[in-house]
Design a protein around this ligand. Structure first.
Ligand code: HEC
Ligand code: HEC
Length: 332
């Protein structure tokens, strides 16, 4: 009997270690690696993400503004859209966006599938219509065959397009950052300064809003709690969705994962550096003026949130046919 109990206890301990009994109890949790259940759909979604033929110009793809070589963003204050139009708002990263409670700064799309239809038809972004985009794909024999093998029918619809893009986006997670290694119990994963920065970040209250695996994306919060945020950008935040005046300047708390790569910061892109963003957050969200040394510590911590970037073979897009509409980058 005694032997049996010991064996059971050992088995439990081993099982516990296997699923991370050493995990530190912190308001931010490690990012889990992507679980791919349908690799063929992910592959199709990857092609569509990179395909500029989903835009009227034939020149702009999702990757134009969510460049996966640049942390899933475009590193511009606000994006450039069809006919070189100045976009109204900063492009958030697509990395780890599957972890957020909703999509867009104001949360107007519930999930990635709903989101993906937006930019294709947005006149200031890809400037197409869903019908024209789907019609274009139908003229490309390679896509017809691939939709057939992924969905079991050759009929291409906008729902299938957005489902495939969302499946690809769900793979764009960035596990294994130094901070995640520390969360999983590796004391050596952070330097003294990085750890001091994390403790300051946690204990001064940044985690009230930047929490969960993405260090953000779990709530909408007012930008400018202690002092109003001064900006020329007309974005109203969540009020645009709810129509409620009290939701003015409420934005989805952005993820801080890979924030080292996704400059410039805030919905208007007006903070050029992490130092500036941290200083503004301290004053406006916490009523606290950090010293230069404190800001340097927090920035050192924020840089430990850069995880393994998605790596994959660049997709080869199936060629157009003679029936495919010609690109029209200079349309009037
Ligand atoms: C012209 C630039 C541009 C193009 C092209 C573009 N996006 Fe975006 N994307 C943006 C901007 C700007 C936002 C933020 C808009 C807002 O919140 O109002 C955004 C938001 C998003 C979000 C929400 C992220 C978050 O944290 O809320 C996702 C996901 C996304 N885009 C995916 C895509 C996909 C998929 C495509 C291709 C079908 C695409 N984007 C094409 C600029 C672009
Ligand atoms: C009350 C909630 C709240 C608190 C507390 C808070 N933040 Fe934020 N944070 C936000 C919101 C909301 C935004 C987006 C604001 C915008 O774009 O206008 C944001 C944006 C950021 C950004 C820019 C991210 C990007 O991609 O644009 C950084 C960096 C940041 N916060 C760091 C911090 C740090 C460091 C602290 C603690 C000193 C902190 N935040 C405290 C809500 C909060």
């Amino acid at each position: 009997m005694k032997l049996k109990t010991t064996a059971l206890a050992t088995a439990l301990i081993v099982a516990g270690m296997a699923w991370g009994a050493n995990l530190r109890d912190e308001p931010i949790q490690p990012i889990a690696a992507a679980k791919v259940t349908n690799p063929a759909m992910v592959e199709l979604g990857k092609k569509l993400f990179f395909d500029p033929r989903l835009s009227r110009s034939g020149f702009i793809s999702c990757n134009s503004c969510h460049n996966l070589s640049m942390g899933g963003s475009d590193n511009l204050k606000t994006s450039v859209g069809d006919k070189w139009q100045q976009g109204p708002i900063n492009s958030p990263t697509v990395l780890n966006s599957s972890l957020a409670l909703a999509q867009f700064w104001d949360g107007r799309a519930a999930d990635l599938r709903e989101q993906a239809g937006g930019p294709i038809a947005n006149p200031a972004e890809m400037a197409f219509t869903h019908d024209l985009a789907v019609g274009t794909l139908r003229t490309i024999p390679g896509y017809v065959a691939e939709f057939k093998s992924v969905f079991g029918s050759a009929d291409i619809s906008i729902e299938k397009v957005t489902q495939a893009i969302a499946a690809f986006e769900e793979t764009l997670v960035t596990p294994n950052s130094p901070f995640d290694q520390w969360l999983k119990g590796d004391d050596k994963a952070l330097t003294k300064q990085e750890l001091a920065g994390y403790k300051l970040f946690r204990d001064s209250g940044c985690v009230a809003c930047h929490n969960g695996p993405a260090a953000g994306g779990t709530s909408f919060q007012k930008m400018g709690l202690f002092e109003p945020y001064q900006t020329k950008n007309p974005a109203k935040g969540r009020a645009a969705v709810t129509g409620q005046d009290e939701d003015r300047m409420n934005f989805k708390v952005p993820t801080l994962r890979n924030v080292e790569l996704t400059y410039p910061y805030f919905h208007d892109g007006e903070a050029a550096t992490l130092e500036a963003a941290v200083d503004i957050m301290g004053r406006l969200q916490l009523g606290r003026k950090y010293s230069q040394a404190e800001i340097a510590d927090i920035v050192a911590f924020l840089k430990t949130l850069t995880g393994d970037q998605p790596t994959f073979v660049m997709p080869l897009l199936p060629p157009s046919s003679s029936a495919t509409p010609k690109p029209d980058p200079w349309a009037k």
